[in-house]
Ligand binder design. Structure first.
Ligand SMILES: C[S@@+](CC[C@H](N)C(=O)[O-])C[C@H]1O[C@@H](n2cnc3c(N)ncnc32)[C@H](O)[C@@H]1O
Length: 291
């Protein structure tokens, strides 16, 4: 069987909404996972301008299931991204209410606070993409693990941020360490492209189709297929010429919000500046990759 036959949702769908470059190489895998899994409840921690969120919504809609996608974010910024203007949230809210009014909900809360809105065992698919320090990602995983259903799968973005691909600011990223500390205990898969995606099957009774997918993507040919499909998405994004928003510095002026955004992370403005320089380098690198 060709990869197109093995991974039909990844082969068939193409993303409708692309707003930032950092995650979009994983959209083909998200399409395939959701197509097979048909999750009832998807939760994303860290929605920002919605590239990953919109892909989850598109896949849920295309799967014909009755899933619902929740995007959790304060839309205030964080120690990596800087501080956001209110328009970022307004644009996301307008998008979701017009394009996916029945299957999506934005929750404007701190991740820890939002967890109280979900019953234990109710979340099928969780995407962790908020603050990327070791402490923050550990906190997000531990806080949300009890919410995961028997079919539960957790995605971790940025398991492959290195000094080679992102410069010195990569030292602040602890996702790789968290994922490595967990993966011995769970069925898992991982991708290196687009700064890496970790996939952890945390439920006790996972779908057979999901377990097959976890096995299938271990093959080099499958990894190459998803990397190529992801690269095609990145090239398309580049061709759109979308300007990324400039964010302000996050720290002293956000003192009152920093504890709610990142209660476990005392970093401030200098880190935000270093991360903005990381984001510039990442974007330059993507430009070179697709040139
Ligand atoms: C890397 S961005 C998410 C990118 C997004 N998934 C995409 O596809 O473009 C991280 C987001 O997490 C949010 N965030 C970080 N820590 C948070 C927390 N503890 N509570 C709520 N939002 C948080 C930030 O506001 C930011 O929008």
């Amino acid at each position: 069987m060709s990869p197109e036959q093995t991974f039909p949702s990844a082969a068939r769908l193409f993303p409708e909404r692309l707003k930032s470059p950092w995650w979009i190489g994983h959209i083909p895998f998200a399409f395939e996972l959701i197509g097979r899994m048909q999750p009832r409840t998807v939760v994303e921690l860290g929605t920002y301008s919605g590239s990953s969120f919109a892909a989850f919504c598109q896949a849920v809609e295309a799967s014909g299931g009755n899933g619902h996608v929740y995007g959790v974010d304060l839309w205030q910024g964080d120690v990596h991204m800087g501080s956001f203007d209110e328009e970022l949230y307004q644009e996301m809210a307008a998008f979701t209410s017009t394009r996916y009014p029945n299957i999506s909900t934005l929750i404007r809360k701190d991740f820890n606070e939002a967890a109280a809105s979900f019953a234990e065992g109710s979340v099928d698919l969780l995407h962790i993409d908020g603050t990327h320090t070791f402490e923050a990602v550990t906190n997000d995983f531990e806080t949300w693990l009890p919410k995961m259903s028997d079919r539960g799968v957790v995605l971790f973005h940025d398991i492959n941020v290195t000094e080679q691909n992102a410069g010195p600011a990569a030292l602040k990223f602890g996702v790789r360490r968290v994922f490595d500390s967990l993966k011995a205990n769970y069925a898992h898969a991982e991708f290196d492209h687009c700064f890496g995606l970790g996939v952890l099957v945390v439920g006790n009774a996972p779908d057979a189709s999901v377990m097959r997918l976890i096995d299938e993507v271990k093959a080099d040919a499958a990894k190459a297929f998803f990397a190529e499909k992801g690269d095609a998405v990145s090239k398309h994004f580049e061709s759109l010429g979308i300007a990324l928003p400039q964010h302000g510095s996050y720290g002293a002026e956000s003192e009152s919000t920093s504890s709610s955004v990142t209660p476990h992370d005392g970093q401030s403005a200098p880190v935000a500046q270093s991360h903005r320089s990381l984001l510039r380098r990442v974007f330059d690198r993507l430009r070179r990759m697709v040139a």
